[in-house]
Design a protein around this ligand. Structure first.
Ligand SMILES: Cc1cc2nc3c(=O)[nH]c(=O)nc-3n(C[C@H](O)[C@H](O)[C@H](O)COP(=O)(O)O)c2cc1C
Length: 365
């Protein structure tokens, strides 16, 4: 089989979304939006345009509201200026026949009062997630947040809907809801940070409620086939949100329920560590097979994949699409390099989250 005939180079169509190849650029925070209004500018436009040959680009995490902020120099999608800035990005990607989804993100309690005019961030319960928030003063310990009131949860859901509407105005082909590591949605999913006694806490169904309500809100703007979700069920974060004895049952519930929703894809980040001896040991060597057995829709595999392992997982029927993050940093034309069997460049990790053009738009095509 020629390189061009490998599974990653085949087109993919599902629920109304047609991708020219199955090589997805995964979301990557690059912290280059260093203007006070968090408006994507020419740097972002060039960066995404250079990577438009991916079957699909997932943008960096983008804040759905001012209250969502928890990290420095990350763009937003909550103001007209941000929407206009993103519009220039999508136009450039579309001019190169690329497709691009915006990743909707919210830090929840993984934030700092410095981002909220001194007020406490909000979380499911008044429990410190014990993470770090990257602020202009450097990495700061997270604090004990205020617990969301029901009224504030309604506002939060409305913020997601507005952000999705702005993304549509900006010309995005769809959105991906960020539900990974220790951010807002995992804070609601985890009993370590969610001790609520109302309909958003307690049972797995209740802790998952917000996730589905956010999806409902975004579905009022984009068709289901233009909405993806990203999870990292096996991420061992530094703080208190970690896989526990309820993790497998929680994701079993979520993915079975999502199976009825006909969304564009579920992106799953594979474990980066050995799961033996952990509460999710059953997923050891069984991560994608487990999720494939319960979710029949499109699975986008992510986490440490190469051209060979990406092709293999599609051939095995365990995933339909594969997303690559780090490889896209130094290889803007990654599909072309694989197609022509060219060597891959290695990115400088020092410029992952800092710098301007350097280490961002200066990797040669
Ligand atoms: C510099 C950098 C920034 C990242 N930022 C995000 C992000 O904003 N949103 C997200 O969902 N994942 C983010 N990730 C995780 C990647 O999307 C991906 O899940 C992870 O790197 C594993 O894929 P890989 O092995 O192909 O790099 C980031 C990864 C890197 C390297």
């Amino acid at each position: 089989m020629s390189l061009k005939e490998q599974p990653l180079f085949t087109s993919y169509e599902h629920n109304g979304l047609l991708l020219r190849n199955r090589i997805v650029m995964a979301a990557m925070t690059r912290a280059r939006t260093n203007n006070p209004d968090l408006i994507p500018n020419d740097l972002q436009r060039t960066y995404y345009e250079q990577r438009a040959s991916a079957g699909l680009i997932l943008t960096e995490s983008t804040w759905v509201s001012k209250k969502a902020i928890g990290f420095m120099n990350i763009p937003g999608i909550f103001s007209p200026g941000q929407t206009a800035g993103w519009k220039r990005v999508t136009e450039s990607v579309h001019a190169r026949n690329g497709k691009i989804f915006l990743q909707l993100a919210h830090a929840g309690a993984a934030s700092h009062p410095d981002y909220h005019d001194g007020a406490l961030p909000l979380g499911p319960s008044a429990i410190n997630p014990q993470e770090k928030a990257f602020t202009p003063q450097g990495f700061m310990d997270t604090v004990t947040p205020d617990a969301y009131t029901l009224e504030q949860i309604r506002e939060l859901i409305a913020d997601y809907k507005q952000a999705a509407a702005n993304a549509k105005t900006a010309g995005f082909d769809g959105v991906e809801i960020h539900a990974l590591i220790y951010t807002l949605i995992p804070q609601f999913l985890s009993e370590a940070t969610n001790q609520r006694t109302d309909e958003y806490g307690g049972s797995i169904e209740n802790r998952s409620r917000l996730l589905f309500e956010l999806l409902d809100a975004v579905e009022q703007v984009f068709p289901s086939g233009r909405i993806g979700m990203k999870f990292s069920p096996a991420a061992f974060n530094p703080g208190i949100i970690r896989p526990d004895h309820q993790t497998i049952a929680t994701f079993d519930y979520i993915l079975r329920k999502l199976d009825n929703r006909k969304i564009a894809f579920v992106e799953l980040m594979a474990p980066g560590t050995d799961l033996k001896g952990t509460p999710i040991e059953d997923l050891h060597d069984n991560f994608f097979p487990f999720f494939r057995s319960i979710y029949k829709g499109t699975i986008m595999a992510n986490g440490g994949f190469t051209f060979d392992t990406g092709n293999q997982i599609i051939e095995q029927g365990l995933a339909d699409l594969v997303s690559f993050a780090a490889p896209f940093i130094a290889n803007p034309n990654l599909p072309e390099r694989w197609e022509k069997n060219l060597p891959l460049a290695k990115a400088d990790a020092n410029s992952y989250y800092a710098g301007g053009e350097k280490g961002y738009i200066d990797y040669p095509l």
